[in-house]
Design a protein around this ligand. Structure first.
Ligand code: ADP
Ligand code: TPW
Ligand code: MG
Length: 575
């Protein structure tokens, strides 16, 4: 029971929401105040909840989503009506796309006026707008239904494939008074919100048989595998089976990136050559070229490769979404992998040495080449020499959280910065969305208490840059490293007609470090790897909010980083 209502014979919507959240172990709220939730946030804080208040709802929402990914509990974001709700909605849709559990709770205007479109303050039919963009959406009209509303939201967010849930709470609801004992009895402590889902034994056997027959097997670990927190079972499956594996970006560190079986440094080789591919919490979407085409050893973009697929996933409708899945294993990853570990039995034959040897050979060659590139010290810094500093910092502090966004800044960091522990890397995810930087960094700090290093392209940083004030206000151990190449992809574009700046370039020599200084944090400019290392070491060891303006060669990047080919071809030719 909230402390404020103890001993009173009535309670109200404000306190029932607080009580319902606390009853379900939700102690942190990411929010932005205003009518009708200002008092709610004050009361929640007075009641001992952690309330992190942002400068823009999208970042509060992104923080809630990252919290959901890291903890398996829905991250909760509160916003005001219409505009605040819409600002938070991008984050809710993104969370749903990423399969992260979060609940967006927005205050809304008077139903009677909204439904007659009579022009209320911040009028909008929020429930209808949210519905197609998230996993589930609910509205509560009566205080005695708050318990049910929160319970349903929690279950919808974390059960099955996790995702975003919208909960609409009209202004009137907060002030509704009901008898305290009626209120108390109406609350629900959700039992087993994300029940285990055991795979059918025959599906496990089918998958095991397929792996047994494989000459060139490959495991791909996705962010669903990281989310599942089945780290030990997954590691034991990979090691016992001897199958080489590829981590998708947010599955990096699930097994340490320097693991002998990691095929990350031979990615294109293994994708094109593998004969049986087992996907674990990874979809065959654009990030895996839809399982088709040259990437997979097929001839054209529509031609499936030579692989047979096993897909371990909680969603029964994911299989066959792009290419045929010969062996779907449907259940939660922990249960599925445990069942596969059992079914492997004794006397498991590791993959042929021809396959693992060929991978090792390519890997060695590529890693040697990479080491040579990283050893160079060009002036100005390029992505490699600057990321080498980040790489070494994470090697020294494998418990630190890494947030990463940008184009080149993202693509190079993904391959250069090794991760050693699970769920330490948060990035642009399935949509490749810019603007997750500061929201994810705040949640990473709040939820883990570990140092956070946020490596952001200068464009990417701009989407959430004002939240450096939030970072300073809560004194969070976040070091933002802005990779400043004067623009989107590069800083060299010019307007062929002269005059106004080209659309991809920014003010040259921008002093991003001053943004952090403005709010009392440390701001440092780094022109060399030595300066970058010094500033980063200091930030990580002191935990002081820091922004390092890392000056990167403005010619070093490529258009769209590694996904240049997704630009429409006709436009490219014309340009
Ligand atoms: P990546 O981008 O890393 O390839 P995706 O986001 O495409 O990963 O895929 C994540 C997959 O993981 C989704 O299909 C989702 O249904 C699945 N998933 C999420 N959590 C679990 C879980 N606990 N058990 C099984 N599958 C899960
Ligand atoms: C919400 C399109 C993809 S990458 C990028 C943009 C604008 C910025 C790249 O520049 P940055 O990185 O960050 O400086 P670098 O190192 O290559 O110079 N709006 C949203 N999401 C996306 N993905 C875009 C636009 C985009
Ligand atoms: Mg840039």
């Amino acid at each position: 029971m909230s402390t404020e209502t103890q001993g009173r014979d009535t309670t109200d919507g404000f306190h029932l929401v607080i009580d319902a959240l606390k009853l379900n172990d939700i102690q942190t709220i990411y929010a932005l105040p205003g009518i009708p939730i200002t008092d709610f946030l004050r009361m929640a804080q007075a009641d001992g909840m952690k309330v992190i208040s942002f400068r823009h709802e999208q970042h509060a929402g992104n923080a809630a989503a990252a919290a959901g990914f890291l903890t398996q509990k829905p991250g909760v974001c509160f916003t005001v009506s219409a505009p605040g709700f819409l600002n938070g909605l991008t984050a809710l849709a993104n969370a749903t796309t990423n399969c992260f559990p979060m609940i967006l709770i927005s205050g809304s205007s008077e139903r009677e006026i909204v439904d007659l479109q009579q022009g209320d303050y911040e009028e909008m039919d929020q429930l209808a707008i949210a519905k197609p963009l998230c996993k589930a959406a609910f509205r509560v009209l009566h205080a005695e239904d708050i318990g049910v509303g929160i319970a349903r939201a929690i279950r919808a967010a974390v059960s099955g494939r996790p995702g975003g849930v919208y909960l609409d709470l009209p202004a009137k609801l907060f002030a509704q008074e009901i008898a305290a004992d009626v209120g108390r009895k109406s609350l629900i402590k959700v039992v087993d919100p994300a029940p285990r889902q055991l795979p059918a034994p025959e599906s496990v056997q089918r998958a095991i048989d397929m792996l047994k027959g494989a000459k060139k097997p490959l495991v791909i670990l996705g962010k669903g595998a990281a989310y599942a927190q089945a780290d030990a079972a997954i590691r034991s499956f990979v090691e016992k089976s001897g199958i080489p594996y590829l981590p998708m970006s947010m599955a990096k560190g699930l097994l340490p990136d320097n693991h002998a079986q990691s095929a990350a440094a031979a990615r294109s080789y293994v994708l094109a050559e593998a004969d049986v591919v087992m996907l674990v919490g990874a979809r065959l979407n654009w990030l895996l070229s839809h399982g088709k085409g040259k990437t997979w050893g097929g001839s054209g973009s529509k031609d499936p490769g030579r692989q047979q697929f096993i897909q371990v996933d909680i969603s029964p409708t994911e299989a066959d979404s792009n290419v045929a899945i010969a062996a779907p294993v449907i259940g939660d990853i922990g249960s599925c992998i445990a069942a596969m570990n059992d079914a492997m039995g004794a006397g498991w034959q590791k993959p042929p040495a021809e396959w693992t040897g060929a991978i090792a050979e390519r890997k060695d060659k590529n890693l040697t080449k990479m080491a040579e590139t990283l050893a160079k010290n060009p002036s100005p810094m390029n992505f490699h020499s600057a990321l080498n500093v980040i790489r070494n910092a994470i090697k020294e502090r494998p418990d630190a959280m890494l947030v990463n966004e940008g184009a080149n800044t993202l693509d190079f960091a993904r391959s250069i910065v090794d991760m050693y522990e699970p769920r330490k890397r948060l990035d642009v995810g399935t949509w490749g969305i810019m603007g997750i930087g500061m929201g994810f960094a705040v949640a990473a700090a709040v939820e883990t208490g570990k140092p956070v290093i946020a490596v952001c392209g200068d464009s990417a940083f701009g989407f959430s840059g004002m939240e450096v004030e939030t970072i300073c206000r809560y004194n969070l151990p976040v070091c933002v490293v802005v990779f400043n190449n004067n623009g989107i992809y590069k800083g060299t574009d010019v307007n062929p007609r002269g005059g106004e700046a080209a659309p991809t370039v920014f003010v040259k020599d921008a002093k991003y470090e001053m943004l952090m200084q403005a709010f009392g944090g440390a701001g440092v400019r780094a022109d060399t790897p030595e300066q970058l290392k010094k500033a980063l070491d200091e930030a990580v060891s002191t935990g002081r909010p820091t922004l390092i303006n890392a000056i990167i060669d403005e010619t070093a990047g490529t258009e769209s980083g590694r996904i240049t080919s997704l630009n429409p071809a006709a436009a490219k030719k014309k340009a």
